[in-house]
Design a protein. Structure first.
Lengths: 487, 100
């Protein structure tokens, strides 16, 4: 059953071939058996998930209308609220914090009869690119247990790669869905900013954050996007659009589509990354795409812009963690001491560093040189993307310049940030983009191919990835250690 | 090139209500110095023609709702996460100090 996609599980549930209890207990058993090696889940809802599955089977037996995710197990990143369950953000600060309400995405999944299996590990407050910044757990890459799964949604991508759940939710502020999807050989989608409601997501960089799904194929991404991608009045930045239809037609042609390739921007790519990327470009050409050379030289400034804006927003968002109203309160004789001790003991190093940086770039003496400047450069980046999309329909780049790396191999924060070069511009420009598996290096580590579209072209981006996947064998590959039944 | 120094880090830490050990402060200083030097790359971009808020164009006034009263969390639901509660309120150390 683990080889089945979410769309297949849903069909088999509807046809009566599999019951919701069978599906749920099957994946719970896989988690119990394999997750001790992977470390992707922070919490597994054994009883609750089975109880929901039982209700769903009863609902089906009564002949009631079933939801669009009926019978599909879903894992959720631990910065998204599931009412009554812990939302830790993988931080010591929130180890006691129980979500007082459901995030809109959680509500939608449950309304459509999806079954939430548990909460997934991440970099603390989603700050990181390897999931090593989790204060609670180490997550390993199912393709190579010595290596990191990428981040910050490393738990979400590792769980799907090891087939512990067919679908999961991550969040993407600068590449945090796409880069770990690339590292773990699965499909990760970052929707247009505002497409999926952020209500009930713990904020990191509010103008950049977007919830996105992770799966083993684009059809599963489309299936859940049809549920999640709707306007939500609880999120002021939610797009006013109704949910879109992600129909995947195998005969859908990319004939005549112009695919932008920023050749200049890709100089210096390592040979194995370049090979996977060029192979994928060839596939797109075979599908009928015309490759167009585009100029995205402005992206030279994307990392600087991002790390100014994201840390500025993070330092503001994280100011609310004072140990007074929620979270772990440290001892202190005065309010001042409680604030300081709680924050000092509750936050990990990377989080502290980003709060300091964000406060620095916002301080009155530097604001013009950093924050305000970065806001303007962001506007320029958006302009250049808009301009480029006048001459092409979609853009293709690698997801990451490197494959997954051994735990502990990158210690320096700046070196870690520089790996985000291909993903970060997408968040700054609020675009939809997908990571589609595009091959393996000689060590068997996966690479991802990124397809980017103009704002609001979420469906077209996923359809292009679908076409790419149908022509390549990579998305169907399962990490050998987990390509077996749980016993 | 910048006037970013150890003193800056300790001032920032105080403003952010973070108590850094000597060792942590040194590490933060080293790491932040590299990041700050790197982001100075933006100095070379000409933005004289750009309004800083131009990327908000997509935001429409339609997304603002009517100002109507809606049910939110109850007091009990909110206080369930509070670290120290007394009589339906959050307890904190006394703020007013007695003058002698």
């Amino acid at each position: 059953m683990y080889q089945l996609r979410a769309v297949d599980l849903h069909k088999k549930f509807l046809s009566g071939e599999l019951s919701a209890v069978e599906i749920t207990s099957y994946f719970l058993k896989r988690i119990d058996t394999f997750d001790p090696q992977v470390g992707s889940f922070l919490e597994v809802f054994h009883e609750k998930a089975l109880a929901r599955a039982k209700q769903l089977d009863e609902k089906k037996a009564r002949g009631e209308k079933l939801g669009r995710l009926a019978g599909v197990p879903v894992g959720i990143k631990d910065n998204i609220h599931v009412k009554g369950e812990l939302t830790t953000c993988a931080s010591k600060f929130l180890t006691n914090y129980k979500a007082p309400f459901d995030a809109t995405v959680t509500k939608l999944i449950e309304k459509e009869d999806g079954i939430v299996l548990g909460k997934l590990n991440m970099d603390e407050f989603a700050m990181g690119s390897s999931t090593e910044n989790s204060a609670l757990k180490k997550t390993r890459n199912p393709w190579n247990l010595e290596c990191v799964p990428g981040g910050s949604s490393g738990g979400s991508t590792a769980a799907v790669a090891a087939r512990l759940c067919p679908l999961s939710l991550g969040t993407d502020t600068g590449g945090s869905v796409r880069q770990p999807a690339s590292f773990c050989g699965v499909v990760g989608f970052k929707p247009t900013y505002g497409r999926v409601s952020r209500f009930g997501l713990v904020a990191f960089g509010s103008s950049l954050d977007q919830i996105g799904p992770i799966a083993t194929c684009s059809e599963d991404i489309g299936m859940i996007m049809e549920v999640l991608g709707a306007h939500d009045r609880h999120d002021a930045t939610s797009l006013p659009d109704a949910a879109q239809d992600y129909h995947f037609d195998p005969s859908h042609s990319l004939e005549g589509k112009k695919l932008g390739v920023p050749y200049k921007f890709l100089e210096g790519l390592n040979p194995e990354a370049e090979k996977c990327y060029k192979d994928s470009l060839k596939v797109m050409q075979d599908l009928g795409c015309e490759l167009v050379d585009i100029d995205l030289s402005i992206l030279k400034y994307a990392i600087s812009t991002y790390y100014i804006l994201a840390t500025a927003e993070a330092s503001t968002n994280l100011a609310r963690f004072d140990g007074i109203r929620y979270g772990v309160r440290a001892e202190g004789d005065s309010l001042e001491e409680i604030y300081t001790h709680s924050r000092t003991q509750g936050f990990g190093h990377e989080v502290k560093m980003r709060i300091l940086l964000g406060t620095y770039v916002l301080s009155s003496s530097t604001q013009d040189a950093f924050y305000k400047k970065a806001m303007k450069v962001r506007a320029k980046i958006i302009e250049q993307f808009d301009h480029v999309f006048q001459s092409c329909d979609l853009i293709a780049t690698p997801v990451s310049p490197i494959a997954c790396f051994p735990a502990g191999a990158i210690q320096d924060p700046l070196e870690m940030y520089l790996q985000d070069i291909y993903t970060i511009g997408v968040n700054l420009a609020k675009l939809p983009a997908i990571s589609s598996p595009s091959g393996f290096n000689d060590d068997g580590k996966p690479y991802g191919f990124q397809i980017i579209g103009p704002r609001r072209t979420d469906v077209q981006v996923c359809q292009a990835a679908f076409a790419h996947e149908r022509m390549t064998p990579f998305a169907k590959k399962i990490p050998p250690q987990f390509d077996k039944e749980a016993v | 090139m910048s006037d970013f120094n150890r003193e800056t880090v300790s001032t920032l830490a105080r403003l952010c209500r973070l108590d850094l050990s000597e060792e942590e402060e040194r590490l933060c200083f080293d790491e932040m110095t590299r990041v700050v030097d790197y982001v100075h790359l933006l100095d070379e971009v000409d933005v004289s023609d750009i309004s800083p808020y131009s990327h908000f164009i997509e935001q429409s006034i339609d997304s603002l709702r009517e100002d109507e009263i809606k049910e939110t969390l109850t007091r009990e639901e909110f206080l369930a996460n509070a670290p120290d509660v007394v009589g339906g309120m959050i307890r904190v150390p006394s703020v007013m100090k007695q003058e002698n």
